[in-house]
Design a protein around this ligand. Sequence first.
Ligand code: ZN
Length: 286
Amino acid sequence: MRCEAPPTAGLFILSVIGSIKLPCELRLERREDISFFVPSNLLPEGSVRVVFSTRKGGVSPPPYESLNLAFHVGDEEANVLENRRVFCSAIGLDLGRLTTAQQVHGSKIAVVGQDLVGRGAFDEETAIPVVDGLITNLTGVPLAVFLADCVPIVLFDPLRRAIGIAHAGWKGTHSGIALNLVESLVGVFRSRPENLLAFVGPSIRSCCYEVDAELFQMFKDRFRGEVSEQGRLDLVMLNVRQLKRGGVFQKNIHFSRLCTACKASLFFSHRAEGQTGRQAAIVALL
Ligand SMILES: [Zn+2]
């Protein structure tokens, strides 16, 4: 079965969960009760793990039901720990080495060496402060960002064996975190942008992201013709364009078409729900 995605979109796979059409670039997997998205056959076997979680399969009560993976949103710490435990088990990654950031909607990237491995795995306090992106070339170290509408960006350099991940809300998008992520891999691990594979996960799309006149003008001033829908922002495409500006080939950029606010039964959405939980984007070299 084929979908209507353009030829650059990767594999032409159409899946259905209930009545929800899934994007061509990601496929839904289910292990035990946990549902999550992974790239569709785009990665060399055994090289890297890229996962975008859903809200399905955890233990948290409303308004965090149920697989809330973030400590900072007001959920019980024990629930988040249990959710992280079952999620990491389901996706086959080591929770003790999970490395996270105290995200601040900035554009700074941290380089994760051995000294930072496992920061924030079991609490918020030890997460790496004041960064919204992480890069590493260490094997078996899952890097994670947490989101409820913001854009998760994952990069993988199969030649230099390096990975990066970032969280881009409107502030991070406006200040260029996607481009920073590319440049960090280039600067630290000597990645070549043309070798990078990029995965942009489920996030809010322009259908649900109307913004006030002042914010819209800020984006028009910064991105000019790239902001075309009056009063609405498409953060996914703005980040995709930043990746391309950084030298990542369009054919290597795979992005989800799912809108987290439209699909609030499957994802946490700050815009749709207000106080809620967070899904995770995770990348790890294997
Ligand atoms: Zn929407």
